[in-house]
Design a protein. Structure first.
Length: 493
């Protein structure tokens, strides 16, 4: 025991490495590092440097997400320069076409659409659809949706899905195409598949759209809040906030809508859609001068026919008729410009013609549109044009198609009420006017007050309910037949 204690107190000799041992240790370390690299090779995202603007935009447009204006310009310049030296790069042509398409969305300049189409067709020439050029095919579907050519968009989306059922980028195209065609069940099914395959910003935005069209407002808001939470870039966050503002506006809450629009503008000052939304909310809150200012700023950035129509109605409600007529003229020129660039502008032109032009021409235009796209928006516009042309019986059929699928729209309810009033159905007119005012009393600076005035002008129903509910004679107890007594079989049989 003493010897063991003595040895335990003796310090261990120092560890030394000879030259041979050092070489062996270094060789072992090299082998271990090489093995680790073989197991997990270096990836591009291992680079600690932040992505360049063009890389950020390419990632966004590849996923169908909004891209920042500065990043988008960098991407366009980068791909155009690359393709000037490498004209046979089909992947870069597809990226450039998608970038042009996003430029059109951000600027509302339909002149980008022909350029996007040319780039995407070049990509498909170099690598046809039969060989799986999915990026170009998906972008062609998105381009068709942007032009409101929903039938063509559906064909592209279904072609991608047939060749690659698990390719999630086809499903946003299909959701938009089915919605535009009025196939709301198909849109919901495509949205559910998209959520299963790729939950995220794009999927949540489409889910909110589907829920809104079905009238499920709370679900739409929750889905859009998920989209805002999934946003990774300021442009994505601003777009989600803008869409939340739209949902608040549609349910008649301009104060909340204004808060969301201003949040979007703080996040991305280039979000012109939110600027138009802020103008709408300011007008509803009685701040007409500020609303006119914002409308003009929004139209300067994104010349959208719908904004010109809203500004014209606001100016008309403020007694500035000459300025309003100028805006209506601007609307017509914008829609004509879009038509030249392949955009189907029949709905906005039809509504304009029904209210301010030739109602019979509006009926013809919208009837042709109905033969292509049977959405609730087309049904409402056609019903209103028929009413303005004096054909209320036919108009009511389309008004029902617009209001019955579930979308809660004050505009649709107002149109149906006025059609029913034209047919002499005061009770139905009152019911739908009340629905319009209850849904969003601020839906239009011109038609909103008209809805309230018309509702006040319709006489209240007589007390006690309709006449056929009250009996005309005293109640007499009816004589009921006497029930037959049972005749049981004797137990002896």
């Amino acid at each position: 025991m003493d010897r063991i204690d003595e040895e335990s107190q003796t310090p261990a000799p120092p560890v030394t490495f000879t030259g041979r041992k050092t070489l062996v240790a270094a060789a072992v370390a090299v082998v271990l590092i090489a093995g680790a690299l073989l197991i997990r090779p270096a990836r591009t995202d291992d680079d600690a440097r932040p992505p360049r603007p063009s890389e950020r935009a390419a990632s966004a447009v590849g996923m169908g997400a909004p891209a920042a204006v500065v990043d988008l310009k960098a991407l366009v310049a980068d791909r155009e320069k690359w393709l000037a030296a490498h004209p046979d790069d089909e992947a870069s042509w597809a990226v450039l076409g998608s970038a042009y398409l996003e430029q059109a969305r951000r600027t509302a300049d339909s002149g980008w659409y022909p350029r996007a189409e040319q780039a995407l067709k070049r990509s498909l020439e170099l690598r046809p659809a039969e060989k799986g050029n999915f990026d170009a095919m998906t972008a062609m579907g998105a381009l068709a949706n942007a032009r409101r050519d929903f039938g063509t968009a559906r064909k592209w989306g279904e072609l991608v899905r047939a060749q690659a059922p698990k390719r999630w980028t086809a499903y946003p195209v299909l959701v938009d195409a089915y919605t535009g065609l009025g196939d709301y069940k198909g849109a919901q099914k495509a949205m559910e598949l998209l959520l299963e395959m790729r939950p995220g910003l794009v999927a949540y935005v489409r889910a909110a759209q589907v829920y809104r069209d079905r009238g499920w407002r709370e679900d739409a808001v929750v889905a859009m809040e998920h989209a805002a939470g999934a946003a990774k870039a300021p442009a994505e966050k601003a777009y989600a906030l803008f869409r939340l503002g739209e949902l608040s506006w549609e349910r008649g809450d301009p104060a909340e809508a204004l808060r969301q629009y201003e949040g979007a503008l703080r996040t991305d000052p280039a979000q012109a859609e939110a600027l138009g939304g802020r103008a709408r909310a300011l007008a509803a809150l009685g701040r007409g001068g500020e609303a006119v200012r914002d409308y003009r700023m929004a139209l300067g950035r994104t010349p959208v026919p719908e904004l010109a129509r809203e500004l014209g109605e606001l100016l008309e409600s403020l007694g500035r008729g000459q300025e309003a007529r100028a805006q209506y003229g601007t609307l017509a020129s914008m829609a004509t410009r879009d038509s030249r660039n392949g955009v189907d502008a029949d709905v906005v032109l039809g509504l304009y013609e029904a209210d301010h032009g030739d109602a019979a021409a509006a009926v013809r235009r919208l009837s042709e549109e109905w033969s292509r796209n049977k959405s609730v928006q087309v049904a409402d516009a056609l019903g209103w044009a028929l009413h303005r042309a004096g054909e209320d019986e036919a108009a009511l059929e389309y008004a029902k198609k617009a209001t019955e699928p579930g979308l809660r729209s004050a505009e649709f309810a107002f149109h149906r009420a006025m059609i029913e009033r034209g047919l002499g159905d005061q009770e139905a007119a009152r019911r739908h006017l009340e629905e319009a005012v209850r849904t969003n009393p601020y839906f239009s600076p011109r038609r909103g007050p008209l809805a309230k005035e018309t509702l006040a002008a319709i006489a209240a129903p007589p007390p006690g309910g309709p006449e056929n509910i009250r009996p005309t004679a005293p109640w007499v107890e009816p004589e009921l037949p006497t029930a037959a007594k049972p005749n049981p079989t004797p137990s002896g049989r």
